[in-house]
Design a protein around this ligand. Structure first.
Ligand code: MV4
Length: 501
C-alpha cells in the first residue's frame, strides 16, 4: 500500500480523499494556491505545497507544478478528485511517465471516453443500448437535414468532444437546422478545439440516472447501484439521490449489468460512472462515462456502506475489489443537497464573500462533507460549493424528513446559499412523489422563486413583526435570563445570536 498520496484538488473533495488516507494510515499531501493558504484542506493535510497564484490556470491546473510537488514531497500516487485535471488524459499520462500512480483509469481509457463519438461506437459494438443517432461526424448542413429526416425531429446536435451539455443544440424542424448547426459547430470549435458534431434523437423530458461502478486491475467489475441526478440546472446537478424513485430491483439489475458491460468494453479500471438517459417509458440509453469520483458519490456510500475513496486507493495499489457483486447490498435511501453559495432568486448567481457565522447540522442520518469553515471566504476563483449535505433514512420519506430537519439546522451567514431553494424542493409534491425529469428546475423556476421573493420594504416590516412575535412567544426556556433593564430588542437580538434563528 502507498505511504503517501498527493491530492491534486481543493475544497470538500480534497478533504474527503484525505479522510480516506487517514483511515488507511496513508500520509496526505495538499496542494494549494495563494488564496488557499489557510484553507481547510491545507489544515487537514499532513503536508502542503504552494502551487502559485489564485487562478486555477496558475495553480490547480498546472500539471508540471503538481508533478513537481509530488516528487519534492515523495508522494507515490496522485488523486485528482473531480474537476481540474481529473479527466485530462495528458495529465494521467504525465503522472505515469514520472513514475507515479494516477488514482483513476488508464490514460487511454480517459481519452476514449472523453470522445463522446468514440465512446458511442465502443458501446454499440459491446451491445449497450444508445440513443438512436449517427455514428460519424457530420460534414455539411444538407447532410444533417437528410439524417434528421431519417431519425425524425426533434434531434439533438452534440459535440464529439463535449459532455456536460456544452455545444448542444435542439433542432425541432428542418428550417432551424442551418443556423443551429452553424452555432453548434463554432461553439464546439471554440470550446474544445474540435468541431466534430454528431446527431442523436432528442429525448423529451428524460431522467438522468447513473450507475456507480468499481473495476480492479484483475478484471473484476461490480456496480453499486444507481443515482438519480435529474434535479439539475444548466447541466449542474443540485440534488442527487439513491436509489432512484423509478428504479426497481429488476430494472436495477438490467441497468447494472449494462453498466458493467460498458465498463468492460472500455477496459475500465478504478471507480467510474456510467450515465444513462431514461425516457418516459423507462427505456434506458447510454449517454457517457465519467472517469472520476463524482460529487454525488456519498449517496452511494450511504446506501451501500462502501467507502468509494478507499476502494479507489486500493484498486490503484493493485488490490482486488474488497467485495464481489453478490455481496453488495443496498439499505435505505440517501439524498444529497449541494449547498452552493448562490442566490437562487437571482438566477443562481454566485454569492461571493466571507462566511461570518457557520453552524453545521448533525444528528441521526446526517452527513456533511464541507470545504469551508467559519471565517473562510467563497472566492471568485473556484466553484462556490460550500458543502454537500447528505441525509439517510430507512425509507425515502424518512430521508426527506431528515433532510428538511438538517436544512433547518444549517446556519450560514455572510453569503447567500441555496438552502431556501432546497427547502422548497423538499416540500414540492413532484419531488415527494418522485415524478420529475431533468427539466424540473426550469419548469418550476417561476413558482419556486415566487415563494421566496418578497419586496425589501415588506421584508423589513416582517422582520420587525417576527422579532416581536418571537419575543412574546419564545422567551421562555431559552436559557437567557432577561434582566428588567434589557430592552426587548436587545433581548431578542441576543437570543437570535445564540440560537441563530
Ligand atoms: C440528451 C438529451 C436528450 N436527448 N441527449 C445533457 C448533458 C449531456 N451529457 C447530455 N445531455 C442530454 N443529452 C438526447 N439524445 C438531454 C440531455 C440533457 C440532460 C442530460 C442529463 C442531465 C441533465 C440534462 C439537462 C438537459 C438536457
Amino acid at each position: 500500500m502507498f505511504k503517501k498520496i498527493l491530492i491534486a484538488n481543493r475544497g470538500e473533495i480534497a478533504i474527503r480523499i484525505m479522510r480516506a488516507c487517514r483511515e488507511m494510515g496513508i500520509a496526505a499531501v495538499a496542494v494549494y494556491s495563494e488564496v488557499d493558504r489557510t484553507a481547510q484542506h491545507v489544515r487537514y493535510a499532513d503536508e502542503a505545497y504552494l502551487l502559485g497564484a489564485a487562478p486555477a490556470t496558475e495553480s490547480y491546473l498546472v500539471m508540471e507544478k503538481i508533478i513537481g510537488a509530488a516528487k519534492a514531497l515523495k508522494a507515490e500516487a496522485i488523486h485528482p478528485g473531480y474537476g481540474f485535471l481529473a479527466e485530462n488524459p495528458e495529465f494521467a499520462q504525465l503522472v505515469k511517465d514520472n513514475g507515479l500512480i494516477f488514482i483513476g483509469p488508464e490514460p487511454a481509457t480517459i481519452r476514449l471516453l472523453g470522445d463522446k463519438m468514440a465512446a458511442r461506437d465502443t458501446m454499440i459494438k459491446a451491445g449497450v443500448p444508445i440513443v438512436p443517432g449517427i455514428k460519424k461526424a457530420i460534414a455539411s448542413v444538407t447532410e444533417t437535414q437528410e439524417i434528421a429526416e431519417g431519425i425524425g425531429y426533434p434531434i439533438l446536435l452534440k459535440a464529439a468532444a463535449g459532455g456536460g451539455g456544452k455545444g448542444m443544440r435542439i433542432v425541432r424542424s428542418a428550417s432551424e437546422m442551418p443556423q443551429l448547426f452553424k452555432m453548434a459547430h463554432s461553439e464546439a470549435k471554440s470550446a474544445f478545439g474540435d468541431d466534430r458534431i454528431y446527431i442523436e434523437k432528442y429525448l423529451e423530458k428524460p431522467r438522468h440516472i447513473e450507475f456507480q461502478i468499481l473495476a480492479d486491475q484483475h478484471g473484476n467489475v461490480a456496480h453499486l447501484g444507481e443515482r438519480e441526478c435529474s434535479i439539475q440546472r444548466r447541466h449542474q446537478k443540485v440534488i442527487e439521490e439513491s436509489p432512484s424513485p423509478i428504479v426497481d430491483q429488476e430494472m436495477r439489475q438490467r441497468m447494472g449489468e449494462t453498466a458493467v458491460k460498458a465498463a468492460k468494453a472500455a477496459n475500465y479500471e478504478n471507480a467510474g460512472t456510467v450515465e444513462f438517459l431514461v425516457d418516459q417509458d423507462k427505456n434506458f440509453f447510454f449517454l457517457e462515462v465519467n472517469t472520476r469520483l463524482q460529487v454525488e458519490h456519498p449517496v452511494t456510500e450511504m446506501v451501500t456502506g462502501i467507502d468509494l475513496a478507499k476502494e479507489q486507493i486500493r484498486i490503484a495499489a493493485g488490490e482486488p475489489l474488497s467485495l464481489s457483486q453478490h455481496e453488495i447490498q443496498w439499505r435505505g435511501s440517501a439524498i444529497e443537497c449541494r449547498i452552493y453559495a448562490e442566490d437562487a432568486e437571482n438566477n443562481f448567481l454566485p454569492s461571493i464573500g466571507k462566511i461570518q457565522s457557520y453552524r453545521e447540522p448533525n444528528g441521526p442520518g446526517v452527513r456533511v462533507d464541507s470545504g469551508l469553515a467559519n471565517g473562510d471566504a467563497v472566492s471568485i476563483y473556484y466553484d462556490p460549493l460550500i458543502s454537500k449535505l447528505i441525509a439517510w433514512g430507512r425509507t425515502r420519506t424518512e430521508a426527506i424528513q431528515r433532510m428538511k430537519r438538517a436544512l433547518d439546522e444549517y446556519g450560514i451567514y455572510g453569503v447567500q446559499t441555496i438552502i431556501p431553494f432546497h427547502k422548497q424542493v423538499m416540500n414540492h409534491p413532484d419531488f415527494i412523489n418522485g415524478t420529475f425529469s431533468t427539466h424540473f428546475i426550469d419548469e418550476q423556476k417561476d413558482q419556486l422563486s415566487k415563494l421566496v421573493s418578497i419586496p425589501e420594504s415588506d421584508l423589513k416590516t416582517m422582520a420587525i413583526l417576527s422579532c416581536l412575535f418571537d419575543y412574546q412567544t419564545k422567551k421562555m426556556g431559552t436559557g437567557i435570563t432577561k434582566s428588567p433593564n434589557l430592552s426587548c430588542w436587545k433581548y431578542e437580538t441576543r437570543r437570535r445570536r445564540l440560537f441563530g434563528v
